[in-house]
Every structure is written in C-alpha cells, then in structure tokens.
Design a protein around this ligand. Structure first.
Ligand code: KIV
Length: 272
C-alpha cells in the first residue's frame, strides 16, 4: 500500500520521510496565489513551494533578491487559504536570515504566524547553520536548498550548472550532510550533475528534491509558470513543459478582443 493510500489526509514532513523510505517519489510545484494553489492541491501534489521565484514570475524582477518578507507572506497566505492536503513550504527571502540567527528566527516566526505555512526553505549550507538551528529550536521545520542558489546569483555571476568540479561537489556533499545532521526535513538540489545528486540522495536519510538534478533523487520540483509554458522565453534543458499556456492564453485574449470589437460579445444569452 502506498504512503498516499494509507494517509489520504494532510501531507506532513513525516509523510515525506516515509515516502523516501518506501521508495515513493515526491512531487512538488511552486504556487503563489489562491487559484493556482487550489488546483495544485486538487491534483494531489505533495508539496507546494511558495518560492521566492515569485519575484521573477509574479513581479517581473530579474532576480529573486528584491522580494520582501511581507510580500512572501502575502503570497503564502493566499496559497494556504486554498490548500487542504499539500504541505506548504515558504521560501525565506533574501536578507531575512543570512548573518544573524536571531533575525532569522523572527523572520521564520513571522512567516509561520502570518501566513499559516507549514515549513520554511532556506538557501545555503554550513554558512547558515546557526540560523537553521535557531529556527528549528522554535519547532519550525526547515527545508534546505543547495547547488544553484538564486539568492547568491551575484556571487556566482551565472545560472549555469553548479558543482561540476570536484572541490565544489565535495563541499556540496558536506553541506548536505550538515543540513541532515542539524535537523532539516528535506533538501532541494538545484541544477547540479545527476550523478552527484543521486549520490547525495543515497548518502542522507532525508528526502532530496531535485530541479535540474536528474532522476536519482527522491522527488522533483518545478516552477509552475515554467511547467505550464506560460513564459515561452524560458527553455532550460531540465524543464519539461506540460502545457503551452502562453499560446492558449494569447489566443483566448485575441479571440476576446475580436469578439468585443465585432460586437459578438456579449450575445443575447449572455445578457440580462
Ligand atoms: O523559488 C523557487 O521557486 C525555488 C525552486 C526553484 C526550488 O526555490
């Protein structure tokens, strides 16, 4: 019997661990608003990530850096109102946890109190362990995020695949072990070689969710706008598009405009 069948109710961090132990893959998608989250939850996606990618896909910023704690809370609370089953993980935005563990704790508490989310996600390894530890002491579950960490884009200078060289790969392995040891319930690995991601997933006991990290991990995450094909200008190798909403939406908007212009809309049955 699958973990899903035995636990049709809410997904918890414990469910994800059981899924890893049972060899069942974990599905995760981002969502930032009520209407999308309602459909994602209805589709039984295990984890909804209120990603700071909202900064890109919702607000049109070039990077994830500008989004604020209050803006993340706005998105997260909209998502939480829609969800019956999925675990809702909320990204801690840039500047809300680095360097000062007390500030990190108060940011995480604000997210949990004001959004109703179930866990937070933080980018980084050993350099943020103090912040993670302090947040965990408050009983807030933490998901780690290693590999390509978009909040550090100005340090990397590029969005290319990370940890291809031995030294960086070794550091990533050490970071993953440290995140497991400190008590993170799962880790996202972004844009690293598939073999390295598979090695990490075998090496640690907590679930490893990949994006651009191959198929040897415990689950997958995609940004919802990307997998729906809303942005037709973003086509990285790791992205599988499950729809071409850009084309469908464009056609719908053009059809509507034509109907308004021609006077076809509204017709008699659409009028009072
Ligand atoms: O913000 C986000 O959407 C993310 C995913 C890419 C994992 O962190």
């Amino acid at each position: 019997m699958s973990v899903h069948a035995s636990n049709p109710k809410k997904i918890t961090t414990h469910t994800l661990l059981e899924m890893k132990q049972a060899g069942q893959k974990i599905s995760m998608l981002t969502a930032y608003d009520y209407s999308m989250a309602k459909i994602v939850d209805e589709a039984n996606i295990d984890v909804i990530l209120v990603g700071d990618s909202a900064s890109n896909v919702m607000a049109g910023h070039e990077t994830t850096l500008p989004i604020t704690l209050d803006q993340m809370i706005y998105h997260a609370s909209s998502v939480v109102r829609a969800v019956k089953r999925s675990l809702v993980v909320v990204d801690m935005p840039f500047g809300s946890y680095q360097g000062n563990s007390k500030e990190a704790l108060s940011s995480a508490i604000k997210i949990m109190k004001e959004s109703g989310g179930h866990a937070v996600k933080m980018e980084g390894g050993q350099e943020i362990l103090d912040s993670i530890k302090r947040i965990l002491t408050a009983g807030i579950p933490v998901m780690g995020h290693l590999g390509l960490t978009p909040q550090s884009i100005y340090k990397f200078g590029t969005y290319v695949v990370r940890a291809k060289e031995d030294e960086e790969a070794q550091r990533l392995i050490e970071d993953a072990k440290a995140l497991e040891e400190v008590g993170c319930f799962a880790i996202v690995l972004e844009k690293i070689p598939a073999a390295l991601a598979a090695k990490v997933a075998q090496m640690i006991s907590i679930p490893v969710i990949g994006i651009g990290a191959g198929n040897g991990v415990d689950g997958q995450v995609l940004v919802i706008h990307d997998m729906l094909g809303i942005n037709n200008e973003f086509n990285p190798r790791f992205l599988r598009k499950y729809n071409n909403l850009h084309a469908h939406m464009l056609k719908a908007f053009q059809d509507y405009k034509n109907d308004v212009q021609s006077g076809d809309f509204p017709n008699a049955s659409e009028s009072y």
